[in-house]
Design a protein around this ligand. Structure first.
Ligand code: BGC
Length: 352
């Protein structure tokens, strides 16, 4: 069975009209906006076949414009997560990205890719989004040409392929910032979701969530998700190693072998039975348990999003890599192509 793609008008921003594309697989539906490349809605069945929208977001464009801070569902660029004080060296020069998170630059700066109008073309049952980020955009060097392709399959696999090229040396770290709630967005917190992360190490951070540079074992810490653990289990005990954010907001170093797609994480919602398996070509995974959601924002189905009402699994290179020569490099040079793929596969389990 093939996936149908339909387009509808979804309002406009100062940059122009925004479209919403719906990819219908017959077994589920994914909706994507040209504003920010946002995954606005993703409906998949539970074990009884009942569908629910499992990503946090808004039912109107205005919601995204009024509430950019959670980055619901958006494509993040040029640099996902933080760059310490927004400053980084490259080929002997120092570059400065805008400070927009404490003393640091986060998610590409003040006007990252999540706030841009992308052009969209349906291609072979997928939706291809394109953006050209000019030289000097948010302080980053080089004209960066970016393609993000969303593919949704009849067996409810959402695949995101990223590609980028540049005309001058630069740094790139792209991801998608969806918050999942496998019981359905707006249904409550995700602390009962079971999470496994395929990582024996993580990158500890300082008080501003910048990596210290250490690669620490997860064993004996609240970061140990090598076997499935309920998200809330160690948050509720207030483990001091989790820091001040009220939950998880850390980068795990995936135990990957080779360059291809490798397992990153598995999430199970035991009551309805929906599961999510994440695999990626990236070396890292930011697992964020929605700590900064605070009950002030009303989501897609009209319910408030409170702390822990969604979890993000952001496949990425490590935060602040441009300032850590020992981390996998995020440098992209002319003539090279940045390529990254992440697959979010939805299913169900019979086990309650
Ligand atoms: C960051 C969080 C941040 C969230 C939403 C995550 O990627 O690690 O600290 O609050 O994005 O902006």
């Amino acid at each position: 069975m093939s996936v149908s793609i339909t387009r509808e008008d979804w309002g406009s921003t100062a940059d122009g009209p925004v479209d919403r594309y719906v990819l219908d697989s017959g077994n589920g539906r994914a909706a994507i906006l040209t504003h920010g490349g946002v995954l606005q809605s993703l409906e998949v069945p539970d074990r009884s076949g009942a569908r629910a929208n499992v990503v946090l977001g808004f039912d109107r464009l205005q919601g995204y414009l009024d509430n950019p801070d959670p980055y619901f569902g958006a494509v993040i660029g040029r640099y996902a997560n933080r760059i310490a004080r927004g400053s980084f060296p490259l080929d002997g020069a120092t570059y400065q990205a805008p400070i927009n998170n404490g003393p640091n630059s986060m998610h590409g700066g003040k006007t990252g890719f999540d706030k841009r109008l992308w052009s969209a073309t349906p291609v072979d049952g997928a939706l291809e989004l394109r953006l050209v980020s000019p030289d000097g955009d948010q302080g980053y060097p080089g004209t960066l040409s970016v393609t993000v392709r969303y593919t949704f399959t009849p067996d409810n696999e959402l695949r995101i392929d990223y590609e980028a090229t540049t005309d001058a040396p630069t740094v790139v770290n792209l991801t998608n910032h969806s918050y999942f709630n496998l019981a359905g967005e707006g249904s409550g917190d995700i602390y009962g979701h079971l999470v496994r992360i395929d990582a024996t190490h993580f990158t500890p951070v300082d008080v501003d969530l910048i990596p210290t540079g250490d690669l620490s074992p997860v064993a004996g810490t609240p970061m140990d998700f090598r076997e499935p653990v309920a998200v809330g289990e160690r948050i509720r005990t207030g483990d001091p190693q989790l820091g001040f954010t009220g939950g998880y907001d850390h980068n795990w170093i995936l135990d990957r072998a080779g360059d291809g797609l490798a397992p990153a994480a598995q999430v199970t919602e035991p009551i309805g039975g929906r599961t999510l398996s994440v695999s990626t070509t990236e070396p890292g995974l930011q697992f964020y348990s929605g700590n900064f959601l605070d009950g002030t924002v009303t989501g897609t189905s009209g319910r408030l999003y409170r702390q822990g009402d969604g979890l993000a699994l952001e496949t990425q290179h490590f935060p602040d890599s441009p300032n850590h020569a020992a981390f996998p490099s995020t440098v992209l040079r002319p003539g090279e192509t940045y390529r990254s793929t992440t697959v979010f596969r939805f299913g169900v389990t019979d086990e309650a």
